[in-house]
Design a protein around this ligand. Structure first.
Ligand code: CA
Length: 231
């Protein structure tokens, strides 16, 4: 979940952005003036700030300059003018990216993802893979099962991530070797089998009584949620 702060005086735009970003699972806060926005932006709760340049009390560029004096929170400026001089000024003042009005929620989300990526902030909810009670976060390389953190080795994680990114699909051992071991390793099926058995143990299951990891003899393995029923 990403905490987004919207500083925008136009109530219709503000409401639309709160709705669309909220629907994507972000925690959205907002301010209608530069002063209120500055206060919220400096309290450290926002992961990213969407800042309108045309504000009633203080010019948006001035807000940006003041914010930059105390914080390096990523900022996407929203401008009504498709004017290169304005955009260059905003970028020079420390904006990380910009959108030109009118813009859609999807474009804004893409800009937010891009600035967070550059800032190195993990976007857990955006990229986490959920299969049943299993949650795999590629950005943080964390895995939880029923909310409990599971410690995996690097290869175990890569293997689980590969299977989870194709849930319900049988992934062949050849594919696993290519994807996880990059074929640099001369091993074969046995390598995969050993890591699978370690992974099973950590997930609290066995090959004889599978819960998530189902081997298909002579082909490969598939990961699926327990409640999915018989294949
Ligand atoms: Ca405005």
């Amino acid at each position: 979940m990403v905490a987004v702060l919207i500083v925008e005086d136009d109530a219709a735009i503000r409401t639309a952005l709160i709705r669309s970003l909220g629907a994507s699972g972000h925690a959205v806060s907002s301010a209608a003036t530069g002063m209120a926005g500055l206060q919220l932006a400096t309290d450290g709760h926002a992961d990213v700030v969407v800042l309108d340049l045309g504000l009633p009390d203080i010019d948006g560029l001035r807000v940006l300059t003041m914010l930059r004096a105390v914080s390096d929170v990523p900022v996407v400026v929203a401008t009504a003018q498709d004017d290169e001089r304005v955009i260059v000024k905003a970028l020079d003042a420390g904006a990380d990216d910009y959108v030109v009005k009118p813009f859609g929620g999807e474009q804004l989300e893409a800009r937010i993802r891009a600035v967070l990526r550059r800032a190195g902030t993990p976007e857990t909810s955006a990229s986490a893979i959920v299969v049943g009670d299993l949650v795999i976060s590629p950005t943080t390389r964390e895995v939880t099962l029923q909310g409990e953190r599971i410690e995996l080795s690097r290869k175990e994680f890569d293997l689980l991530h590969l299977l989870a990114s194709r849930p319900g699909e049988v992934v062949t051992k050849r594919e696993i070797l290519t994807e996880v071991w990059r074929q640099a390793y001369g091993g074969g099926d046995r390598t995969v089998d050993v890591h699978l058995s370690w992974l099973r143990r950590k997930l609290g299951e066995t090959a004889a009584e599978p819960v998530y990891l189902h081997s298909v003899r002579g082909v490969g393995v598939r990961l699926r949620a327990p409640e999915a029923g018989p294949a």
